[in-house]
Each structure stands twice: as C-alpha cells, then as structure tokens.
Write a protein that binds this ligand. Structure first.
Ligand code: 13P
Ligand code: SF4
Length: 364
C-alpha cells in the first residue's frame, strides 16, 4: 500500500470515483469467482448498499454463532465493526482470514473500556469485595477485555442473551462486574429483580466506585460506558411520541438508558425488535429506538404499518457507516488479489483467553 493510500485509509481514489453500477458489478463478480471460499456476514446496522451483498445478516449473537459454525470459507469479509471482526477471528480456524473493509469501523462503546483501566479497577474491586465478583462483558468490547473476562471465569453476553448470562453469573458469584455498557447491564439486572440501589458505577476515568449507601449491598458494578447512538433516545422523545401518537407502541434497544426503557412499552435486542415488527398486526403503529439504518430498513419493509424513529433527528451509527460500497468492492478485490491489508488478527494468547469467555456464552 502506498503512503497516500495509508493516509486516505487505504482505499485508492479510483474506487471513490466509480459509479454504483460499476462497484456493484465488481462486488458481484468477486463473489461469483470466489464462491463458497468467501463469506460476507453483515450486521443489521449496515447500510443498504452493503447489506444487500451479505451472505448472512444478523445481530451480534447470530453473527458470532455463524462465525463459530463456518469452517469452510477461507475469506471472511466482515461488514460490521471492529469488535465483531475480532470475535469472528477468535471463533474461526487458523486457515481462515477475517477482513474488515474499513479499519476505521470501530465502536465508541468498546473503546470506553481499555484493558489497563480494567486491570486497575479489578485490583481495587478485589481489595474492596474480595473474591466475590464475576466479570461479564458485552460482546461490544475489545478482544483484550474479553480475554480478561475469560481468564477470570466470566463470559461474554449480547443483548439477545444478557438475562440468561447475568442469571448464570449470579449462580457462580455473589456480584458481577458488567463491562462496558452501563445501560444494558442496568436494564438486564433490573429485569432480573436487582434494585437500582444495589447497583454501583465504576468510573474508569476517576478510577473509583460511585455508589450511595452500604457497599455490602452492591450486587452489580456497572462500567461507566454507553453507546453514543442509543444515548440519543431521551425521555423527552418518549413524551413527545406519547403526545403526538397516543396509540403508538414504543420499542427500544436495551442500550438506551433505564429511564427510556422504563417508559417504553417493549425493549430488546436488534433481533427482538425486527421480530416484534414482523409479527405485528397490519395497521399497527410503532416508534423504534435503535440505529437509523435498521429503522429505515424496517420502515421500507413494512409499508402496512406506521413506523417512526423514536427520535426524529436520529442519525445512523457513524462507524457502522464507514463500511460503504466502495470499501466493500476494494476489500473484495484486494482479497482476491491476495493482498493482506485490513486483516483482523487477534494475538494468539489474547484470542485463547477471549475464546473461553465466548465459548461460555455460546455453549450456555
Ligand atoms: P445487537 O446486535 O446485540 O442488538 O447489538 C447492537 C449493537 O449496538 C451492535 O453494535
Ligand atoms: Fe458501537 Fe453503538 Fe455503533 Fe453499536 S451502535 S457499533 S454499540 S456505537
């Protein structure tokens, strides 16, 4: 790769200037030539121009399961964000390579828990609570955090199985440390009957536990992280929908704040939201609180229902949107030429430990 290509994030200028038709033809041609040697998993939050070429689409749990099952594809071009591609690399064999079409497709939530902060926090938490804590991490975390969790007997969770995994964790230890999304952790523990006053926050910047009341009562320690997309759904949005459309059902993702989830009618993972709308009566009306590419797609697929975004000014996830048609075409053509850039390869020792945490989830 030339220095110029590196500075412009690798993609040669020519791909940016190609027409949609040409880019689509190139993607189709590589897919046809590589056949089953190539597998393209796509997260539901991807743009339409990309998801239409996915061999399988799903939420984080489905994509992790598919990665674990697929032993045949030599090349996996992951249309999602960095932590998902890392997970795919950890769960696939040495002979398979995982590519991320744009290396800038990160996740701001995953970046909110770094391994040094986590090790520092753990030391203090162990001094405070002794060996009574099991760490759990949302899959939206770096491989290093998954490895830390795996090494300490914990597991990963996704928004589809969070209740099952938190219940499992409480069978192992008295307390849990939930990384990095405080909202998914709080919403899940609350649904399982843990009162809010038995939940504390770990602030990684101040390196301290934030809690009112007796330390002994703490059952859940929530890492102070959040999704910068889902935090844009507010109580004011819920109130405004209730006023404007009193008959509307409000359905939100559990990465939204506890206040928003409590005031909504339904809350669940990406797949849960998709299924709820699919199974809804024609003519029913819905306000959805999740990523905008997905909401737009759901609206387009359900013209028999009245569907709006819970926040009318909502934007898509910027990092999911880094993967666009030019990057997909470039990535696939690079794979076919045997070029090795944009490969996601997790350090072997980290991968082994992270796999412990992923396997505990996939096998439960
Ligand atoms: P799920 O796919 O588990 O619903 O997670 C949503 C998300 O934010 C992915 O980045
Ligand atoms: Fe990360 Fe939120 Fe974007 Fe998902 S939607 S990739 S959690 S920033």
């Amino acid at each position: 790769m030339s220095i110029l290509q590196t500075m412009t994030n690798g993609i040669p200028e020519t791909y940016k200037q190609m027409s949609t038709e040409e880019l689509e033809t190139r993607v189709r041609d590589v897919k046809a030539r590589l056949g089953s040697r190539l597998f393209i998993p796509g997260h539901h939050y991807q743009k339409d121009e990309v998801i239409k070429f996915a061999d399988a689409k799903g939420d984080s749990l489905v994509l992790a399961q598919l990665s674990a099952q697929n032993k045949s594809a030599e090349y996996i071009a992951f249309c999602g964000v960095h932590f998902m591609a890392e997970t795919a690399d950890i769960l696939t064999t040495e002979e398979q390579s995982v590519y991320l079409p744009d290396m800038r497709a990160g996740c701001s939530m995953a970046d909110m828990a770094d391994i040094h902060q986590t090790e520092r926090a753990w030391e203090i938490l162990m001094e405070t609570f002794g060996d009574t804590i099991l760490p759990l991490t949302y899959v939206n975390s770096t491989a290093a955090i998954k490895a830390f969790v795996g090494e300490h007997g914990g597991a990963t969770v996704t928004s589809s199985n969070a209740e099952k995994m938190v219940s499992w964790a409480f069978q192992q230890k008295e307390r849990i440390l939930f990384l990095p999304d405080q909202h998914l952790g709080r919403n899940t523990a609350f649904n399982l009957g843990v009162p809010l006053d038995q939940m504390a926050i770990w602030d990684p910047i101040q390196n301290k536990l934030v809690h009112e009341g007796s330390i002994e009562d703490i059952k859940v320690i929530l890492w102070k992280g959040h999704c910068s997309v889902h935090e844009n759904f507010t109580v004011a949005n819920v109130q405004s929908v209730r006023e404007k459309y009193p008959e509307m059902t409000i359905i939100v993702h559990p990465e939204c704040s506890h206040e928003v989830v409590s005031l909504s009618d339904m809350a669940g993972s990406t797949n849960y939201i998709i299924n709820a709308i699919e199974n809804a009566e024609p003519g029913s009306s819905w306000a959805i609180g999740t990523e905008q590419n997905l909401v737009n797609r759901i609206i387009g697929e359900h013209s028999d229902k009245h569907i709006v975004s819970l926040n009318p000014y909502m934007c898509s996830c910027l990092t999911m949107n880094r993967i666009d048609l030019p990057h997909l075409a470039w990535s696939l053509e690079s794979i076919e030429k045997g070029e090795t850039h944009n490969i996601i390869k997790v350090d072997q020792e980290i991968a082994q430990k992270a796999k412990l945490a992923l396997d505990r989830m996939l096998q439960s």
